[in-house]
Design a protein around this ligand. Sequence first.
Ligand code: UT7
Length: 326
Amino acid sequence: MGVKVVGTGSYIPEKVLTNIDLQNMVDTSDEWIRVRTGIVERHIAPPEMSSGDMASIAAARALEMAGIAASEISAIVVATTTPDHVFPNTAALVQKSIGAENAFGFDLSAACSGMIYSLELAYSLLARKKYRYVLLCGAEKLSAITNWKDRNTCVLFGDGAGAVILGRTDDDESGQLASDLHTNGSYSDILKLPAGGSRQPASHETVEQGLHYISMQGKETFKLAVNAMTSACKNVLAEAQIDVSQVKLVIPHQANKRIIEAVAQRIDVKEEQLFVNVHKYGNTSAASVSICLDEAFREGRITKGDIVLLVAFGAGLTWGAQLIRV
Ligand code: UT7
């Protein structure tokens, strides 16, 4: 028995916010953003649209590709840092929206590593005969928690959602070849949303101080990301005893082109083995890896039986890699 990717989907909001637009909002320049991050534009969801709405559209597209009914889904995991509500969970909203009446669902909070962690759960669930298909969504409306007056962060993020359906198959080849997941709470302060939780509930003061926006120590995060992602990639390749040349595509979390290139260089990945779309969408946190996976399938860069290396790093700190045969 194996587990394979049976369908993927994504949703990117229509509205584009370019670097030039940002030049008129904060003290920045198109050149600075391109050179330091590789980002050219990002997409912003309309006010009435939530992460759950975007996840539902991506999920419907993944169901269409898979050619299965929503009622066949056993479990839904929504990885997000921007859930529709603290509760109910966003997965419940997706379940209702796509009509997956037989699925149980929950949200997963692991920031940008959300899809890497979700995949671990999906492969574990599908090892049991009880479950046939698991739907993973990564969805973010980061524009809702971005301080549009802070040039250190507002140029980096975008909105969007991706979805992946994994299913049990008789083909023994497909499945998880290796994984490497980590958390280090010692660095929890370098990237966070300070207020709005039980430690610092929302109040007039927290709103006045802008504590409901993303706060990040960029340089520190950069260095940690490169080292952690490199080591996770090396660990999964070693565990599976697979040479990097056998990997069809490396899909890294899309936070910064310089981070992606630094990791690629350290693990000796060729340009054609590397998936990059940060220039189009910016950093979409938990959504980024699943959006990439969907684009990679639809652009024909990967196909059934290929070995794919997915790797991410985010707040927590959380990081990890998955080496899978799709
Ligand atoms: O999703 C996972 C977690 N996130 C990440 O992995 C992001 C990691 N960090 C980064 O991508 C980079 O650190 C940034 C893109 C955030 C910043 O790039 P950097 O090369 O590390 O720049 P810096 O923070 O060292 O800032 C350099 C200068 C500073 O000016 P001074 O102090 O040298 O005078 C900043 O004030 O650039 C200034 N700066 C800007 N200038 C123009 C910061 N943001 C901007 C901006 N436009 N938007």
